[in-house]
Design a protein around this ligand. Structure first.
Ligand SMILES: C[S@@+](CC[C@H](N)C(=O)[O-])C[C@H]1O[C@@H](n2cnc3c(N)ncnc32)[C@H](O)[C@@H]1O
Length: 229
């Protein structure tokens, strides 16, 4: 597996225009790092793809445009599902929006390729409103941990999961949980970025929780690939 590590150059030649209703996550560095890893992953033509936590559907559309046979796009947000439906229709791409979480996604599986950019920002209080797109409990793992532990319920034998997260929310834990679930797992891409507004505002909490060092204002985004034997 080839690791992609970058710092300054753009991650994709083109970041597509996407319909994004208020409250739906704006695709950003984590989205594009995962899209880039997907393109480098050797996705087989005709693959059955799941985009879990789809938001605008940026990753679902990337998979469909790259030759997926079918794409299921899952999110808990009704507005996100409206966005992915419209964005797929505008491009005439085969994306099926499904409302729900891990359980609803698993019901439609298994999949050859699973993409996930879940909420992963550590947060001292329960997430509400638009923040449900990024806030993920005190250690940032409220969605990450179930995705890792239950990956085999989503990924078909011979298939793989590509998952993006911040190093602040425990890359070691994700690798351990994936391996404990019977997957092979490794970091295949990473990128250092400056803190955005949410991380800057939360820096004191993160430092007090021991998740960053005092004065740290950069985070590392990481893509993990986990294959199901
Ligand atoms: C970080 S955004 C990623 C959006 C998109 N995949 C991207 O990369 O631009 C996370 C998304 O997960 C959704 N979400 C949060 N908790 C979820 C859950 N338990 N199950 C499914 N989707 C969830 C949010 O509504 C949000 O759209």
């Amino acid at each position: 597996m080839t690791a992609i590590t970058s710092s300054a150059r753009p991650l994709t030649p083109a970041r597509p225009w996407l319909l994004r209703p208020p409250g739906v996550y704006r695709p950003q560095d984590d989205t594009w790092l995962l899209a880039s890893a997907l393109r480098a992953s050797g996705m087989p033509g005709g693959a059955r793809v799941l985009d879990l936590c789809t938001g605008t559907g940026a990753l679902a559309l990337t998979a469909a445009a790259a030759g997926a046979g079918s794409v299921t796009a899952v999110d808990i947000s009704r507005r996100a599902l409206a966005a992915v439906w419209a964005n797929a229709r505008l491009r005439r791409l085969p994306v099926r929006p499904v409302r729900g979480g891990l359980a609803e996604a698993a019901r439609g599986g298994p999949f050859d390729v699973v993409l996930a950019n879940p909420p992963y920002v550590p947060c001292p209080v329960p997430a509400t409103g638009a923040a449900r797109a990024w806030d993920a409990g005190p250690d940032g793992r409220i969605v990450l941990s179930p995705v890792c532990s239950e990956a085999p319920s989503l990924v078909a034998p011979g298939g793989y999961l590509l998952l993006v997260q911040s190093a602040v929310s425990g890359v070691g834990e994700s690798l351990d949980q994936l391996r404990a679930a019977g997957m092979t797992a490794a970091v295949v891409a990473s990128r250092f970025i400056p803190f955005g507004p949410v991380m800057r505002e939360r820096a004191e909490f993160l430092a007090a929780a021991g998740l960053i060092t005092a004065g740290q204002r950069h985070e590392e985004l990481v893509v993990i690939r986990a294959d199901r034997p």
